[in-house]
Design a protein around this ligand. Structure first.
Ligand SMILES: Nc1ncnc2c1ncn2[C@@H]1O[C@H](COP(=O)(O)OP(=O)(O)OP(=O)(O)O)[C@@H](O)[C@H]1O
Length: 287
């Protein structure tokens, strides 16, 4: 039996005025799973996160968490936004406590929660530094620490390494993979980076251009820990994803995507167009 998802989006649609951003987004994330949303710039990826955290409702479809309609927006999720958004006047320790303080925890108690994690996040000895005194990778680790320490049900990571140089980015991806293997957070990552998605994810949902629909769901059956140099299967998956992203049909207007009645408690991937020879092997659901 398929495990019930923690997060389930079914046929979610969203417009801003006359701008159709999401046409048909169905995806799910199971407990302890690392899932990525991969898609072109401006497709509406961050809009998905906004629907989860801001209280803004979708125009169509539904969002469920642990089987219940998502009502108390933000309560289940700890969001790490695209930019590190550290406060320049706050030291590392006090930037890391910010999310807890916003939740209502006193600063002293928040510091007590953060301190034991500093070493794990490679920040021991830097707690009194200001963000301007840190490298880009360290700033992202502070932002991630601030997110993780909130101990919410699920992590939402919006292009956490997008602003980093290639080497720092690769190092941070490896570090995050190691951290995830230790803690098995339930995580949803937004990225444009095919290699990052394959390296980190158990499954990947590919969005079309705006108005976005899910055009592929791909499992990444690579053992962990994953090597820095992609093995042949990873390279094949990357090539398959790139082929999908560059396919001209990505630009076409969304077709209606029927939801099978049996999918009340779990999501089925949307119907797919015929794929390259790789698709059936990469996604067991399509076999
Ligand atoms: N609150 C809003 N009001 C009006 N338009 C919005 C709003 N939020 C997002 N949009 C528009 O929706 C579209 C999708 O934005 P979104 O940030 O979700 O894309 P994205 O895929 O995350 O982009 P990128 O990869 O470049 O970060 C954009 O054209 C954006 O201008």
């Amino acid at each position: 039996m398929t495990e019930a998802p923690r997060l389930a989006l079914r046929a979610v649609a969203k417009s801003f005025g006359t701008l159709r951003v999401l046409a048909d987004v169905s995806l799910d994330v199971r407990a302890g799973e690392f899932v990525s949303i991969l898609g072109p710039s401006g497709a509406g990826k961050s809009t998905v996160f906004r629907l989860l955290t801001s209280g803004d409702a979708p125009d169509g479809g539904e969002i469920r968490f642990d089987g219940e309609p998502l009502r108390a927006a933000g309560g289940c999720f700890a969001l790490m936004p695209q930019r590190d958004v550290l406060m320049p006047w706050r030291r590392v320790l006090d930037n890391a406590t910010l999310g807890l303080e916003i939740q209502g925890l006193g600063r002293r108690e928040a510091r007590e929660r953060v301190r034991p994690l500093l070493e794990l996040f490679g920040l021991a000895g830097f707690e009194r530094h200001y963000p301007s005194e840190l490298s880009g990778g360290m700033r992202q680790r502070v932002a991630l620490l601030r997110t993780v320490v909130q101990a919410r049900d699920m992590l939402l990571l919006d292009e956490p390494f997008g602003a980093l140089d290639a080497l720092t980015r690769a190092a941070m991806q490896r570090w995050l993979a190691g951290m995830w293997e230790r803690h098995r957070w339930t995580a949803l990552l937004i990225t444009h980076d095919v290699r990052e998605a394959v390296f980190l994810s158990d499954r990947i949902f590919v969005l079309s251009e705006r108005p976005a629909r899910v055009v592929r769901e791909i499992s990444v059956p690579l053992p962990r820990p994953r090597p820095a140099v992609p093995p042949p299967l990873a390279a094949e998956i990357e090539a398959d994803l790139l082929e999908t992203l560059l396919d001209p049909s990505m630009k076409r207007e969304a077709q209606p995507c029927p939801i099978p009645p049996a999918a009340a408690s779990s999501l089925s991937p949307p119907p797919r167009r015929p794929r390259s020879r790789l698709a059936p092997r990469l996604n067991p659901a399509s076999a």
